[in-house]
Design a protein around this ligand. Structure first.
Ligand code: NZQ
Ligand code: ZN
Length: 384
């Protein structure tokens, strides 16, 4: 096991009716900027619950944070923070609103010339406005991690930054808020959580059996509960279990002391930036390709995954790995998400284009940090 350090101060408040606890969680006398997306919180009653809980506070609003939050929008919100003198940010929505909120928190306090440098040049974040969240879409783990991904339309870029200063002070997770999710977003969320786990698991033996079994527990739970939520959108237990899985998938636990991959994410972010495909969907396309391409180097873990998650015990090693990959692909498709580039009208040239963009940024990916332009092209070509 490798050395590690773990720090995760986010207070999680989980369960039915918990939005009412907001007034105890937001610091007294705060002037709050309430951030939300395109309006889903107004349609499903979450907005009313939030405002009812915050009656004693001064609340300013900023709506319209897009899926794959845009830099320009976030900068407008940061101006509002400064103009209004807000001292607490509350994100209400999915991962995009949370990520946008994290960037706004950092950009509002940024003293350099251009806050884009936080993403592009990984300029250090020295200060950030404190923030909290009410999560309505289980997927990203943003509710309990230090990461944020921001997009910029003018350059078709989608970039990550992380800072302990933007960890939510608290996150409220009420599974009932997810009843209104369109099936495609439920499916995207399940796949995103699934691939967060596999990125931290399907590498090479560390060995770290506790981490392995935690990862497998999340994967099996997603396989069992995911279809239930799609069949019965108001199944509380299924929604609750998916929500808890998604948080556990990317709150930092799984990567402690083990190698991590993240190739599917890096490639997937490019597909989203160039072709607008949803984040979870991009992973459903790419992850089976990464595994197929890297099947020899990931052999031990893919065999273990096949046996423990899908009960695959028969056949040669080659056959078992093949089955593990196809079961995964089939699972994603069973959730209603196409797993090939062509399913989303992404042209074949994407394979070379994505690989070149990453090469231009000198990005080498995978758990061995050695997959470059040639390998990325080959991985994507497997997904045409
Ligand atoms: O904008 P609104 O109207 O709220 O609608 C959203 C949006 O259209 C809708 N939605 C959310 N909750 C809903 C709902 N509709 C009905 N009922 C509800 N309860 O769903 C749509 C998608 O929302 P979005 O927030 O974009 O989805 P998601 O949570 O999947 O977030 C994706 C973003 O997170 C980033 C992705 O790259 C992408 O930009 N990620 C963030 C990570 C992190 N911070 O650690 C890690 C991830 O790997 C990922 O990269
Ligand atoms: Zn993800």
């Amino acid at each position: 096991m490798r050395n590690f350090e773990y720090y995760n101060p986010t207070r999680l408040v989980f369960g039915k009716g918990t939005i009412a606890q907001l007034s105890d969680l937001v610091p007294t006398d705060s002037k709050i900027l309430l951030l939300y997306g395109g309006g889903s919180i107004k349609a499903n009653g979450v907005y009313e619950q939030v405002l009812a809980a915050l009656q004693e506070f001064t609340v300013v609003e900023f709506g319209g944070i897009e899926p794959n939050p845009q830099f320009d929008t976030c900068m407008r919100a940061a101006e509002k923070v400064q103009h209004e003198g807000c001292d607490f940010l509350l994100a209400v929505g999915g991962g995009s609103v949370l990520d946008g909120c994290k960037f706004i928190a950092a950009a509002s306090e940024y003293e350099g010339e251009d806050a884009w440098d936080i993403l592009k040049k990984r300029a250090p974040v020295d200060a950030a406005i404190p923030l909290g969240a009410v999560l309505t879409l289980p997927a990203t783990g943003s509710e309990m991690n230090a990461g944020s991904v921001i997009s910029r339309e003018s350059t078709s870029e989608k970039l990550f930054f992380g800072s302990d200063l933007v960890r939510p002070k608290f996150s409220i997770l009420d599974p009932e808020t997810t009843y209104s999710l369109p099936p495609v977003q439920t499916a995207n969320g399940i796949i995103d959580a699934f691939v967060h786990v596999t990125e931290q698991y399907a590498t090479y033996p560390a060995p770290n059996p506790l981490q392995d079994r935690q990862a497998e527990a999340i994967l099996k739970t997603l396989v069992e509960e995911g279809p239930k939520a799609l069949e019965e959108p108001r199944n509380y237990e299924a929604r609750a279990n998916i929500m808890w899985c998604a948080t556990n998938a990317l709150n930092g636990w799984l990567s402690l002391g083990v190698p991590t991959d993240w190739a599917a994410h890096v490639i997937g972010h490019e597909l989203t930036a160039l072709y607008g495909v949803d984040h979870g969907t991009s992973l459903a396309i790419v992850e089976p390709g990464v595994w197929e391409h890297q099947r020899e180097r990931k052999k031990e873990k893919l065999l273990q995954y096949g046996e423990r998650v899908w009960d695959i015990t028969e056949g040669s090693e080659r056959e078992r790995i093949g089955k593990a990959i196809s079961k995964t692909d089939l699972f994603f498709r069973s959730l209603g998400i196409g797993t090939k580039l062509g399913d989303h009208n992404i042209p074949d040239e994407a394979c070379e284009l994505v690989a070149k963009r990453l090469a231009n940024r000198d990005t080498k990916i995978g758990e061995h940090a050695d997959l470059g332009e040639k390998e990325v092209t080959e991985i994507l070509r497997l997904r045409i």
